[in-house]
Design a protein around this ligand. Structure first.
Ligand SMILES: Nc1nc2c(ncn2[C@@H]2O[C@H](COP(=O)(O)OP(=O)(O)O)[C@@H](O)[C@H]2O)c(=O)[nH]1
Ligand SMILES: [Mg+2]
Length: 424
């Protein structure tokens, strides 16, 4: 599923990253970070800590342990005996030093000389540490790179092509472009993390495409007080309506929810037989009239039957219609007026990409769809419809059709799509 788009996204991200690394404006900045808790262990360093010397790049924790060790040693030198254990182990060494009563320097001339020198070094180190604000903040050198708008436009082209080739709709490409622009143009990107940043930005943008309110269909059905729960299916010829109805009927059966099918596709040759076959296999009742009869009347009868027999759900199959065919659109509106469905589902073919999105949009404008089933996702390597249709219609994808068997209907989960695209 969506293999081509995944590969294209990966290569586009890596090309954009290369571009940013090559063309971006590099900047170096020293930043200050707040100090952390000092480590508890003490080192045995006996020299003036290297970390206290100007230009040192020693890490924060190393600095601390070196300084702590240095003070401990120095005190030992002055007093000639081991210092009593500090009450609080993490008391700041310099603060400890301030409380510490200075011993008189004694000993041979050589010893006094040595101790005095050590003391002077300590004073220098102390002043230096104060000047640098060692114990309040830590400094870090960060190298970043930045791209301007023109560079972004040039680099985004790679991704734009990848998205277009994989049937991602123009609206969605624009949205992704704007998101990326906002996050990347004139924004310093850590040099060590260029690819990661671009990947993350793209991931966040694509994730947001699925942010429509979702519907837990099984919950909704169970929660409806007045039975039956009525679902009507719409879409063009061959998109997968009848098959999806059979798959959903099977899912409901597994959930111990009863249903009846309405053969409201009275138009297409063999459509009634096709649905009847599924009904027989699944052991479910189907209500039918003759070919050419009023589809709304079939739906009406199915609902009547469900009410009489306390059946939980009515699934209404309809004839495929092009969104441009006004007669059939009017017929669809009549079915809706008569059946008053709780849910209007648009069934589209994932593989048709932009066409599928366009159809969903027009069906939505004509009758106001509530959710989408994307059939044939299993044979779609592009994924353009899957990433576009919710964003464009503002309606959730409820299920993905992932094969020809009854079990091949997956409750839509954006995580799965993100994974298929290599973005999770
Ligand atoms: N691979 C695959 N084929 C499907 C899927 N859903 C439907 N089909 C096939 O698509 C064709 C048309 O499906 P059908 O349900 O008759 O479409 P309808 O005209 O909208 O009712 C049939 O051959 C189905 O087996 C699916 O999720 N995956
Ligand atoms: Mg059909």
């Amino acid at each position: 599923m969506f293999k081509f788009l995944k590969e294209k996204l990966k290569s586009a991200i890596s090309k954009i990253s290369e571009g940013v690394e090559k063309e971006g404006k590099v900047e170096e900045k020293i930043v200050e970070k707040p100090a952390e808790e000092p480590p508890k262990e003490e080192s045995n360093a006996s020299e003036l800590p290297a970390s206290l010397r100007a230009g040192s790049q020693t890490s924060r924790s190393e600095t601390r342990s070196q300084v702590t060790g240095f003070f401990a040693k120095l005190k030992e030198k002055f007093t000639g005996k081991e210092e009593e254990k500090k009450e609080e182990e993490h008391v700041h060494p310099i603060k400890t030093e301030k409380k510490y009563e200075k011993p008189k320097i004694t000993g041979s001339e050589e010893e006094i000389q040595e101790k005095t020198e050590a003391k002077e070094e300590l004073t220098i180190a102390y002043k230096e540490s104060e000047k640098k604000g060692f114990f309040a903040t830590i400094t870090e050198k960060i190298t970043t790179t930045k791209i301007d708008n023109a560079q972004f436009e040039k680099l985004f082209w790679e991704l734009e092509m990848a998205l277009m080739e994989n049937n991602v709709s123009v609206e969605v490409i624009e949205k992704i472009k704007n998101d990326l622009k906002e996050q990347l143009v004139e924004k310093p990107i850590k040099r060590t993390k260029v690819e990661e940043t671009i990947q993350e930005t793209l991931k966040n943008s694509v994730e947001k495409l699925f942010e429509t309110s979702t519907i837990d269909l099984i919950e909704e059905i169970k929660n409806k007080k007045e039975k039956p729960y009525i679902i009507a299916f719409f879409g063009i010829n061959g998109s997968g309506k009848t098959t999806s109805i059979a798959k959903l009927a099977n899912m409901l059966k597994e959930e111990k929810i009863s249903c009846v099918l309405a053969a409201s596709d009275t138009f297409r040759a063999a459509s009634i037989e096709q649905l009847q076959q599924h009904a027989d296999k699944l052991g479910i009742k189907m209500i039918k009239h003759d070919y050419g009869s009023d589809p709304a009347a079939v739906a009406f009868d199915a609902i009547k039957h469900a009410k009489a027999k306390s059946i939980d759900v009515v699934l209404i199959d309809t004839a495929g219609r092009m969104h441009s065919n006004t007669n059939l659109i009017d017929e669809m509106k009549k079915i809706i007026r008569v059946a008053k469905p709780d849910l209007k589902i648009f069934v589209g073919e994932s593989i048709t990409g932009n066409d599928c999105v366009e159809q969903a949009k027009t069906f939505n404008e004509a009758v106001g769809i509530d959710g989408i089933i994307l059939a044939k996702a299993d044979i779609d390597e592009k994924g353009g419809a899957a990433v576009s249709v919710s964003y464009v219609t503002k309606k959730p994808i409820l299920f993905l059709g992932t094969g020809q068997k009854y079990g091949d209907l997956q409750v839509f989960n954006s995580e799965v799509v993100m994974k298929s695209l290599g973005l999770a």
